[in-house]
Ligand binder design. Sequence first.
Ligand code: NDP
Length: 260
Amino acid sequence: MTDEKTRFQGKVAIVTGASSGIGRATAAALGAEGAFVAITARRPDRLEEVAAGIEASGGRALALAGDVTDPDFRSRLVEETVARFGGLDHLVNSAGVIAFGTVENTTLSGWRRMFELNVEAIFDLMRLSVPHLLERGGSIVNVSSVNGMRSFPGVLAYNSSKSALDQLTRCSALELAAKGVRVNSVNPGVTRTELHRAGGLDADRYAAFLEHSRTTHPIGRVGTPEEVAGVALFLLSDAAAFLTGVTIPVDGGRHLTCAR
Ligand code: NDP
């Protein structure tokens, strides 16, 4: 039986979106289990905080600040991680944004920005990482959303981007299965992070959204980043050795609901 606290001892992981929310919680959890974690996001001060936490809990951290929509940065991220830690076992794609809009008022540039981060950057990081993951039989976890599995009005580009991501997860899982690399996703419901405020909700509207979310999530509350991170670590670990191409809702049952 693998010791839950040492599942990732000496394993090398890249975690995007590691300055906040689900990415931050996942990076911290990997570090606490002894992983070498390359953490990335645009805010260097935040990354330094996360890196200090990882080092304090027994892991090793490499903080690389940058924008994952920049192709040169993506190449540098993978190359520097492999150069520093000697290989790559895991990739966690958590960097993402939400934006609100309908088919009538979403602009073409807004649609493109959404896909550039939520889909294209992830595809390219997977593409760049796979040769290294193949060497070690590694695994990938993408952070999708219940919005990829269900349709909600008013978040058109976001929902579409997450559905595309789920298809990317499933197709690449099939392509890599026989080669020993697994690809899965977590599909969170509403989780308390910076996502919705960064996407444009002011404090009052966010508070009202969280309150309303108690009724849309059968368990009766929103999730925490740590709850999502726990499932992400399970999917990355050998305990999930026979799982690939799954998109696991971590959503208090929300994916089961229909308007009534
Ligand atoms: P946060 O806003 O708390 O975190 C988003 C992270 O992405 C931050 O670390 C941010 O860092 C990083 N990021 C954003 N844009 C870029 C960019 N261009 N380049 C590099 N990094 C970037 O949100 P969450 O933790 O909630 O979001 C993580 C994932 O979870 C997203 O994919 C989101 O869609 C998904 N999700 C979240 C849900 C929720 O309710 N919170 C529900 C379902 C899915 P920085 O600003 O420093 O660059």
